[in-house]
Design a protein around this ligand. Structure first.
Ligand SMILES: Nc1ncnc2c1ncn2[C@@H]1O[C@H](COP(=O)(O)OP(=O)(O)OP(=O)(O)O)[C@@H](O)[C@H]1O
Ligand SMILES: [Mg+2]
Length: 288
């Protein structure tokens, strides 16, 4: 069975996220239970590369993320930001390198069992630009279904957790509606609740507000800000420079599949070191 994700259509992504757990038993990866990374690291990527035919989407990328750290990732279109997140949660299989999540290392030359992948998946939640809610399910069912499927929670347990989270993100009153009856901002908050319902240790956000009107986007950013305040480890691909400056502990700037700059968000935004980063930031500022 082909494991490569070829479509660029976002709608399949969350379903794919659920089902790949079963498919991955046929993959070449292996989780080794090692604790070679420092205790305070949630995530360590070492020399990750990803190729699409002859195109290099990620070129030898290494990143450490500390527990509780919020890392913002910015960069021009096509620079590899989404591919980076997708390699972390294994929606894409890197072609080279090593990934360590909370002490478990994935070596991309060996096999992984579905159990090992499930364990890893439970640690990483992802929120996509286009929400990717299941349109035929109510908001509540969107949040209970993955819990029952992945965590094997009972229906009542899953419903209780779902209502707690929907309350937290401010959309409990939409629980029995279908997603198409919710605004974009409400749908994105449901998507955040759905990811959080799996009790992840790390949350990945891929441009969570770029499909939203600025005002609605602010509501989603405020949910994310509150999540950061709880100490959640977060990696956020965003064009929201203000969010990066105010909420992120660290900013990464990518270009051409590489990390070209990395550091304190305010300092980096104020004084980028490379011409490429300067050009990109000037373009982003121009849109503000
Ligand atoms: N499934 C795929 N098949 C072929 N090429 C791909 C695939 N996914 C991504 N790419 C290519 O890899 C490169 C990095 O893509 P990626 O989606 O990671 O960029 P990005 O930084 O997230 O861009 P954007 O800001 O537009 O979302 C791009 O050149 C893209 O065309
Ligand atoms: Mg992208």
């Amino acid at each position: 069975m082909c494991l490569k994700v070829l479509s660029t259509d976002c709608n399949w992504q969350f379903e794919d996220y659920l089902t790949r757990t079963h498919l991955q038993s046929q993959s070449r990866m292996k989780v080794q239970y090692m604790s070679q990374i420092p205790e305070d690291l949630a995530l360590q990527l070492r020399n990750i590369s990803k190729f699409y035919d002859r195109h290099t989407a990620l070129d030898d990328v290494s990143v450490d993320v500390r527990k509780g750290e919020v890392v913002a990732v910015i960069g021009p279109s096509g620079s590899g930001k989404s591919t980076l997140l997708r390699c972390i949660n294994q929606l894409e299989e890197p072609d080279a390198g090593e990934l360590n999540i909370l002490g478990d290392t994935l070596d991309f030359t060996r096999r992984i069992t579905s159990q090992q992948l499930t364990a890893l998946r439970r640690r990483v939640g992802m929120v996509f630009q286009s929400f990717n809610l299941f349109p035929h399910m109510t908001v509540l069912r969107n949040v209970t279904f993955p819990q029952e499927r992945i965590l094997k929670r009972s229906k009542s347990e899953a419903a209780q957790r779902a209502m707690e989270l929907l309350e937290k993100v401010g959309v409990a009153d939409k629980a029995h509606q279908h997603p198409q009856k919710c605004s974009g901002g409400q749908q994105q908050r449901v998507a955040i609740a759905r990811a959080l319902a799996l009790d992840p240790n790390i949350m990945l956000f891929d441009e969570p507000t770029s499909a939203l009107d600025p005002e609605v986007g602010m509501e989603v950013l405020s949910v994310m800000r509150r999540l950061a305040d709880t100490g959640m480890t977060m990696m956020v691909v965003t064009h929201e420079i203000h969010f990066a400056a105010e909420v992120a502990d660290r900013l990464i700037i990518m270009a051409d599949g590489q990390i070209i700059e990395e550091g304190n968000p305010r300092e980096l935004i104020a004084a980028p070191q490379t011409e490429r980063a300067r050009k990109f930031l000037a373009a982003v500022r121009g849109q503000l």
